[in-house]
Design a protein around this ligand. Structure first.
Ligand SMILES: *Cc1c(COP(=O)(O)O)cnc(C)c1O
Length: 416
């Protein structure tokens, strides 16, 4: 028995059930992944007991002999992996990382320009319900109505019209590669700082499967827990000239003590992401997404932009006569977990939109290849074609569990 099992059966049981859920389901939520056991061990270490406000060598409390080294290792690994001048590894998560960038460079009422939320932007890029949309004058750019693609001329015109202080590139639901050189030109044309939020595709950048924003962006934010396969946390990468502004904004501007256990786990994840195995992983994420996309297109599904170049797909289900929510719930019952999602120019409400979003990062971590993605696509088609068929859902769920048994998920190898 573990200590947790003895001390708190209620929480122990719930964690166990979640372990089995993650083991037995095909997890296609585009922002999720499986971390390695090594990352998990660092996250669950005694580093959680230590307070370390400040930065290595400049702390407010004593006893930092080992914490300083941990943070310096994490910073150095991030700089080496991404080729960045400066890295801050302390943001608690992606949202506070973005807020720290705004705090560093702009004042309330200043203009920011990002991708519209219903078109794939993130809440923190200026959505009205978010602090980023309440404290700043948030303008947005949309995807092309015909193609579902970014139209850089439209972004340029919008930027010249509203003159943002920060231009934001990055997304949570755009299935194509971003042209950072074009974003740089647009930022220069309107005198804006270029911020790239690579939260979703940081693992692809690390593994060489997506162009790097580092040569183009002034500041880059990223979560560490999505395709990068680290603990829940974030980093800010920037040019040397902005290092001090970023560090001051994170602490003492926005946060108190860093989560040292997370910092250590980020360091571990960055070491993993620097290997040749991770390059293969990143390439396989894209191959897997393309295999699933091709299967779904062949079944008549309407993929926004017609396919994918990264780890994610966005599907407009309007032609299938099913809402995103009904599809997502039917698939969950069949052991395939994803989220309902608005599609560009969606006429339905965000809580019951027309689409679903799928990602290949987590299943690739457990070893799925093209063959398993094709199979998954066939199951998705069967379930969505008959979303009320609970017998079929039970049948597919059993088949999913059987398939998953052959692909042990990282961190869950101990489960039989
Ligand atoms: C996930 C995400 C975030 C926010 O990360 P949290 O850790 O959930 O706060 C920020 N930006 C983008 C583009 C994201 O996809």
């Amino acid at each position: 028995m573990t200590t947790l099992e003895l001390k708190d059966t209620e929480i122990f049981d719930l964690i166990k059930q979640e372990e089995y859920r993650q083991k037995n389901k095909i997890r296609l939520i585009a922002s999720e992944n499986y971390v390695s056991r090594a990352v998990m061990e660092a996250t669950g270490s005694v580093l959680t007991n230590k307070y370390s406000e400040g930065y290595p060598g400049k702390r407010y409390y004593e006893g930092q002999q080992f914490i300083d080294q941990v943070e310096n290792v994490a910073i150095q690994r991030a700089k080496d992996l991404f080729g960045a001048d400066h890295v801050n590894v302390q943001p608690y998560s992606g949202s506070p990382a973005n807020l720290a960038v705004y705090l560093a460079f702009i004042n309330p009422g200043d203009t920011i320009l990002g991708m519209a939320l219903p078109h794939g932007g993130h809440l923190t890029h200026g959505a009205k319900v978010s602090i980023s949309g309440k404290y700043f004058n948030a303008e947005s750019y949309s995807l092309d109505k015909e193609t579902g693609l970014l139209n850089y001329d439209t972004i340029l015109n919008k930027a010249l019209a509203c003159r943002p202080k920060i231009l934001i590139a990055g997304h949570s639901a755009y299935p194509r590669i971003l042209d950072f050189a074009r974003f740089r030109e647009i930022a220069d044309a309107c005198g804006a700082l270029l911020m790239v939020d690579m939260a979703h595709f940081a693992g692809l950048v690390a593994g060489g499967a997506h162009p790097s924003p580092v040569p183009y962006a002034d500041v880059i934010t990223t979560t560490t827990h999505k395709s990068l396969r680290g603990p829940r946390g974030a980093m800010i990468l920037c040019k040397q000239e902005y290092a001090q502004a970023i560090d001051k904004a994170v602490f003492p501007g926005l946060q108190g003590g860093p989560h040292n256990n997370t910092t250590a786990a980020i360091a571990v994840a960055l070491k993993e992401a620097s290997t040749d195995a991770f390059k293969l992983y990143a390439a396989q994420i894209v191959k897997n997404a393309k295999a699933l996309a091709a299967t779904l297109v062949s079944k008549g599904f309407n993929l926004v932009t017609g396919g994918t170049d990264n780890h994610l797909m966005l599907i407009d289900l309007t032609n299938k006569g099913v809402t995103g929510k009904i599809a997502a719930k039917a698939l969950d019952a069949a052991g395939i977990v994803l989220n309902y999602n608005a599609v560009p120019y969606d006429t339905r409400k965000p809580f019951d939109p027309s689409g679903i979003r799928l990602g290949s990062a987590a299943v690739t971590s457990r070893g799925f290849q093209e063959e398993q993605m094709v199979q998954t696509g066939e199951w998705i088609n069967a379930i969505i074609s008959d979303p009320g068929n609970t017998a079929l859902q039970a049948e597919v769920s059993a088949a999913v569990e059987k398939l998953c048994a052959s692909f042990p998920a990282p961190g869950l190898e101990h489960l039989v």
